[in-house]
Design a protein around this ligand. Structure first.
Ligand code: SF4
Length: 212
């Protein structure tokens, strides 16, 4: 059992991407990612050893504090958060919420899907990567599928992932998200969404607003 986790940062902000865009959220960004996307915007998170080990108790208290200050949900992100077993953290947060009499805290996880699910999240954002396809379990369980678009191959991959989710009898919300700074990605995602009603556009609104 992991009683500490490597913490890159935690902060209370708004969710900038996907289905919950614009909502108050508390973020826990964990260190460690072996997926290695060359366009990754959180490369500093890859090496867990560069980040302090924080007790689950402290992470739990920070979450409850944000919860009492208006956060609508917790987002556990990374790095790749599911490189860790999230059950001890999620169990502790839910237990603590029960003890303090606060309403249940919704826990969201943002993942590339290369590891098994842990922590029984209430919402799973699957952002699969072409060079490291996700586990079937994640395609079957995700609530939103968000594919980053840089080039035409990414669109083909997005469609293949959507079909694979449907094969698993899942019907997640479908998002195309232009790669940050990629004008080709912007145009491709926009045109594909215009031409295919099942897809929605996800913009990284926190980056446009220049906030965390
Ligand atoms: S999976 Fe996410 S954190 Fe890991 S390299 Fe890719 S974009 Fe970065």
């Amino acid at each position: 059992m992991e009683s500490t986790l490597p913490l890159v940062e935690c902060f209370h902000s708004i969710q900038g991407e996907g289905a919950h865009t614009g909502r108050s959220a508390f973020f826990i960004r964990l260190g460690s990612c072996k997926v290695g996307c060359n366009w990754c915007d959180t490369k500093e998170s890859w090496n867990a050893n560069n980040h302090p080990q924080i007790t689950i108790n402290k992470l739990c208290k920070a979450t409850i504090n944000a919860w009492t200050n208006g956060a609508a949900f917790l987002v556990i992100t990374g790095g790749e958060p599911l490189h860790h077993n999230l059950s001890p953290l999620c169990d502790a947060i839910r237990d603590q919420a029960r003890l303090t009499g606060s309403p249940p805290i919704a826990i969201h996880v943002e993942t590339s899907g290369v590891d098994a699910i842990s922590g029984d999240p209430n919402w799973i954002t699957l952002s699969p990567k072409r060079h490291a396809p996700p586990k079937i379990q994640l395609l079957a369980a995700c609530h939103e599928l968000k594919v980053v678009i840089h080039d035409p191959e990414d669109l083909l991959f997005a469609e293949a992932m959507a079909k694979a989710a449907i094969r698993e009898k899942n019907s997640p919300l479908l998002f195309l998200q232009p790669g940050w700074g990629s004008s080709q990605g912007h145009n491709l995602a926009l045109e594909h969404v215009k031409a295919n009603s099942q897809w929605r556009l996800s913009m990284q609104t926190h980056k446009w607003l220049a906030i965390l």
